[in-house]
Structure formats: C-alpha cells, structure tokens
Design a binder for this molecule. Structure first.
Ligand SMILES: Cc1ncc(COP(=O)(O)O)c(C=O)c1O
Length: 355
C-alpha cells in the first residue's frame, strides 16, 4: 500500500493552474464550442465507410502523415515538406513552446484571446505576457514590440481571427510585428475558412513565422486534426519532439477524404458565413445587445443584463452558449457559435424573449 502526499509531488506551476473549462450542460442546441453545426456530407460519409472495409486497425498510423500532408498541400498551396500535422492545433501550440522556450521566457498574446496560450505557458514554467486589446479589439505593434523587449518574449501567438472577439487584427500591425519582432510569430488561423484572410504568403519571406490551421471548426472536431506550416528548420525541430504516432490513422484517413472533397465542405462554410450575417443583423437590432463584427464562425456580444443569468435562461431552453464574463474586459459578454438556420432562429427567438 502507498499513501503519499501527492500534492507535494506536483510542480507548483501545474498545481496553481485551473483546467481549461468547457461547459458541459446537456443542451440540445450546442452553440458554445465553435464547431461546424453540420454533419459531414453524405458523399464523404460514403467514402469513409468504404475505406473502413479494408482499414488496417492492427497497424500503427503513418508517422509522417504523407498522404494527408499531400492533400493539405494541394488545398493550401503550401509545400508538403513545410507541414507538420498535429493531434489538433492545440498540440502544435504546445510543441512550439517546447521547441523555442526556456523556463522564464516570455510568451505573448493579445488579451482577451484563446485561453490555452496562457495555460500552456504557465504549465511549462514560462511567463505569460498578455497585451491589452483596444476598444476595437485591435493592437499596436509598437507597444507590443516594447513589451516584448522588456519581457524576454520568445514567442507571440495571434489568434487570427481572434477567439473570442471574432475579428482579424489590422494587417499593418501584424506586418510590422512580423518584420520587427526578434522571435517566433505564430499566426493561429484556426478560423481561417470563415475569414479567408491569411499570412501564409509571408512564410516565404519570414522564417520566424508559423501558420497554424485546424479542421476542428469546419467539421472534424471529433478527430483532432490541425497542422503547422513553417520554414524547414522549424519543421525539423517540431518533428524531433512530436510523439511518433501523434495523428491516428482514422483521423488521417477522414481528413484526407474531407480535403479531397473540399468543395462539399466549402458549401457548408458558405452557409455558415451567410448565417453569420443574418444573425449579426438580427442581434444588432436589439437595443439590449452590443454585437461585435466577426470574421469567424461565432459572434461576441454584450448584454445590458447580467450575462450569467442570460446564459442560464438560455440553457434552460436547451441552448448552450459560452459565458465570458469572468474576463475583466468581457463583462456581460457571451459568445454564440453560428449554428444551423433552425438553431439560429431558435436562439434569436429565445434571447429576444429573455431580454
Ligand atoms: C484560436 C484557437 N486556436 C486553436 C484552437 C484549438 O483547435 P484544435 O481543435 O485544432 O486543437 C482553438 C479552439 O477553440 C482556437 O479557438
């Protein structure tokens, strides 16, 4: 028998962390996790079931994701040798910090932004360096560069578009950062498909740039597929510390089918973008709400009432949103993912009643 005081064994920086929080209410209408509300098109489902007939469940996956990287290369125009596949783009965020940062180094990110940037930095004994966004949820490169120098910042993460504010940062400010920051710039383009804005062309001119993408937001959240595009040296270093079979065979196979039939997914993306405009316009008409413009598959809005109560009332109606009000800059703010047309009208009807 053993009964150790286990808490004393845990590294202090891990002990002080709070786990990434996901609301898990059992609601039918899930508009809280920025997923694609549509099932994969039947044509793709049919191809997947065919592939399963001869699927080699007994074999390890292809460790280099050759076929998948080729499919990504064809879709994005980025050479396959510049790509690394991750078990979700989350995994790649962690690998990037592992490659570049020593304990005590600064890891910068706009504030508010994706919570994992800070959680990962803290878990690895790195120093989170949040820099405040202005009222338009934008930043100034000059002030970031000053902060970066003072804090020994090695890596900066930009969620582009930014989760949870929804917008893309100014082109000029990102350019200035790319050209002047003496460290690694990660453009986390998880929501690229809803914005169609990218810095991938700068991979050729800026060897300190890493572009991250995810298939989670466009229909494959269940399978955890993300990828990094970067210069050959960065790819080599990421591959050294990546676990040998980080991407499983099912994820590789399905992602490959999805990318080969991307025109079918694009139709879903187009519909989500159309619904985003519709939902934005409808929410803008409500006096009790301030809704922020979005390049993503979600909308951030502020309510005149207590957002926690609005969140609970919606949950009672089987509609799950993300309550962001614990962040000082996001008081009374909620985030709603664009759902199917039916889910969106349901949400609109209920929130109008509540407010
Ligand atoms: C900005 C941003 N980056 C990365 C991720 C993680 O995506 P993945 O599912 O590919 O790990 C998310 C998920 O919410 C996100 O919002």
């Amino acid at each position: 028998m053993a009964n150790l005081d286990l808490a004393n064994f845990v590294r202090p920086n891990v002990k002080s962390l709070k786990a990434y929080h996901v609301d898990n209410h059992d609601c039918k209408i899930k508009l809280h996790a920025n997923e694609n509300p549509f099932q994969l098109p039947t044509e793709i489902l049919d191809l997947i079931s065919c592939s399963f007939k001869n699927f080699q469940f007994n074999r390890y996956p292809d460790p280099g994701c050759q076929q998948l990287r080729k499919a990504i290369s064809i879709t994005t125009g980025i050479p396959a040798q510049n790509l690394v596949v991750g078990n979700g783009s989350d995994e790649l965020l962690q690998l990037i910090l592992q490659v570049f940062c020593e304990p005590g180094d600064g890891v910068a990110f706009p504030d508010p932004s994706f919570a994992m940037y800070s959680i990962l930095a803290k878990s690895m004994d790195l120093k989170p360096v949040p820099f405040s966004l202005n009222d338009q949820w934008d930043f100034k490169a000059d002030s970031f560069l000053e902060i970066a120098e003072q804090t020994k910042t090695k890596v900066v993460f930009f969620s582009y578009p930014n989760n949870p504010t929804g917008n893309c940062f100014s082109n000029d400010e990102i350019e200035k950062t790319l050209n002047n920051f003496q460290g690694i710039v990660v453009l986390d383009e998880a929501y690229y498909d809803f914005a169609q804005k990218t810095f991938k062309n700068r991979l050729e001119t800026n060897n300190n740039l890493i572009v991250l993408r995810s298939l989670s937001k466009i229909g494959l959240a269940a399978l955890r597929v993300g990828f990094a595009a970067a210069s050959p040296l960065i790819v080599t270093e990421l591959n050294k510390i990546r676990l040998p079979y980080n991407s499983n065979s099912v994820s590789q196979m399905v992602a490959n089918e999805v990318l080969n039939q991307f025109h079918l997914i694009q139709k879903q993306i187009d519909l989500i973008i159309q619904e985003r405009t519709h939902l934005f316009d409808a929410l803008s008409k409500l006096n009790e709400i301030e809704v922020f413009p979005s390049d993503s598959n979600f909308l951030l809005f502020r309510t005149s009432q207590n957002s926690g109560e609005v969140f609970q009332k919606l949950a009672q109606k089987d509609i799950l949103l993300r309550d962001l009000s614990s962040h000082p800059k996001l008081k009374n703010c909620l985030r709603v993912t664009i759902g199917t047309p039916d889910e969106n009208s349901n949400f609109l009807q209920e929130i109008e009643k509540i407010l």
